[in-house]
Design a protein around this ligand. Structure first.
Ligand code: 5GP
Length: 138
C-alpha cells in the first residue's frame, strides 16, 4: 500500500485537523488519542510520511524513543499506573487502523478497564484535562 498523505495523522501534522498536543519538535508530534483505551492514552508519531516501522529513516528513531520515554515517565507521575504499555501495530492484519506510523502509550493498572480498540470518541474538553495532567510532568 502506498502512503496516503491525506490520512488523519498526516492532516494533524499539516494543521488541517485538530488534536490535543502533548509534545512537539521538528521530528515528532505527540497528542491524546481521541478514543482513549484508558484515561491518559497518548500517541507519538514521526513527522515523516510512512505507514509503518519498516520505511522510517534512521534519524527519527532516537527522537521517537526519547519522546516515548519522556511521555511514559510523565504518565507514571500523572496516573500512578502499575504498568505502562507502549504499542505499535504494522498492517491491518496486526490491527492497525490509521496508516501513519504511530506509537500508543497507555497507562494500565488492575481494575482500569482496557479495550484493544475503543469506539467511544472522547470530548476534547476531557482530553485537554488529561493532557494537562501529563504535560505538568514533562
Ligand atoms: P491503530 O489501531 O492504528 O494502532 O490506532 C489508531 C489510533 O488512532 C486509535 O487508538 C484511534 O482511537 C486513534 N485515532 C483515530 N482517529 C483519530 C483522530 O482523528 N485523532 C486522534 N487524536 N486519534 C485518532
Amino acid at each position: 500500500m502506498t502512503y496516503n498523505n491525506e490520512n488523519i495523522f498526516a492532516r494533524i501534522i499539516k494543521g488541517e485537523a485538530d488534536c490535543v498536543k502533548i509534545l512537539e519538535n521538528d521530528y515528532i508530534l505527540s497528542f491524546m488519542d481521541v478514543m482513549p483505551q484508558t484515561p491518559g492514552h497518548t500517541l507519538v508519531i514521526p513527522k515523516y510520511g510512512t505507514e509503518n516501522i519498516f520505511d522510517l529513516p534512521e534519524e527519527y528513531f532516537i527522537h521517537l524513543m526519547d519522546a516515548k520515554q519522556k511521555i511514559a515517565k510523565a504518565i507514571k507521575k500523572a496516573y500512578a499506573p502499575t504498568g505502562v504499555m507502549i504499542m505499535q501495530l504494522n498492517g491491518k492484519e496486526a490491527g492497525q487502523t490509521v496508516f501513519h506510523l504511530h506509537f500508543h502509550i497507555i497507562p494500565r493498572k488492575e481494575g482500569l478497564n482496557y479495550k484493544f480498540h475503543s469506539s467511544e470518541i472522547a470530548d476534547f474538553k476531557d482530553l485537554r484535562r488529561e493532557a494537562e495532567k501529563i504535560k505538568k510532568w514533562l
